[in-house]
Design a protein around this ligand. Structure first.
Ligand code: NAP
Length: 183
């Protein structure tokens, strides 16, 4: 069974969590608000036995590291991490990478979900360990009938899930060109 961690999995990536559960993965989710985590558990139905949630602020790096170490001790090394992180993602990704590095000896996939700004202003990244396969998933926008709009949750979920299923160095969900046409 594959182990997947979704950081920020109660918001727009909630559907990705549910799809990974449908794929029979063991899924771990971090968010701060317990009510949203409980709602996700309810939505998981019978698959809830493969869903582990943790209410924490990912900026508490010490606690983040301890929890990732704990879940890997209990369930085995993480195979995939899908991270949607506001502010100082580099510090969060460094902790995630370090903890996975300590528990596994084979390649694993890190999917870093970022906003459209990454197309013109790439996010700062930490130096990652050799076994970490980094994939950036840029959330763009949709141009239709002469205007543009942001992605719907459904488009975000299917785009991110597709990127997880077909890992590439860079995936753009929607478009980021021309950048000045963003909504
Ligand atoms: N290109 C696009 O079209 C695009 C791109 C980005 C966003 N959006 C839209 O904008 C909406 C709002 O975006 P959003 O950034 O608020 O994303 P969101 O995915 O709706 O919510 C953020 C997620 O991260 C968690 N989170 C946030 N800060 C955290 C922290 N410090 N520690 C732990 N977990 C944390 C949140 O749960 P807690 O609050 O419980 O911690 C939640 O699970 C999205 O729902 C989407 O519709 C569109």
């Amino acid at each position: 069974m594959e182990n997947a961690l979704v950081i920020g999995g109660t918001g727009m990536l909630r559907g990705v969590v549910l799809k990974l559960l449908e794929d029979s993965c063991q899924v771990f989710v971090i968010a701060r608000h317990r009510d949203a985590l409980h709602a996700l558990q309810e939505e998981a139905g019978a698959a809830v036995e493969r869903l582990t949630v943790m209410a924490m602020d990912y900026h508490d790096l010490e606690r983040l590291g301890r929890w990732i170490a704990h879940i890997q001790l209990m369930h085995g090394p993480l195979d995939r991490v899908i991270a949607w992180v506001h502010d100082d993602a580099a510090a969060v990704l460094r902790v995630v990478d370090h903890e996975v590095y300590l528990y596994r000896r084979s390649p694993w996939n890190l999917f870093h979900v970022v906003g459209s700004r990454a197309a013109v202003d790439p996010p700062q990244l930490p130096t990652l360990s050799e076994n970490c396969r980094y994939h950036q998933v840029i959330l763009g926008f949709i141009q239709e009938s002469g205007s543009s709009r942001w992605l719907t949750h459904q488009e975000i979920v299917s785009g991110v899930y597709d990127a997880v299923k077909h890992p590439a160095d860079f995936t753009v969900v929607g478009t980021v060109e021309p950048y000045e046409n963003r909504p």
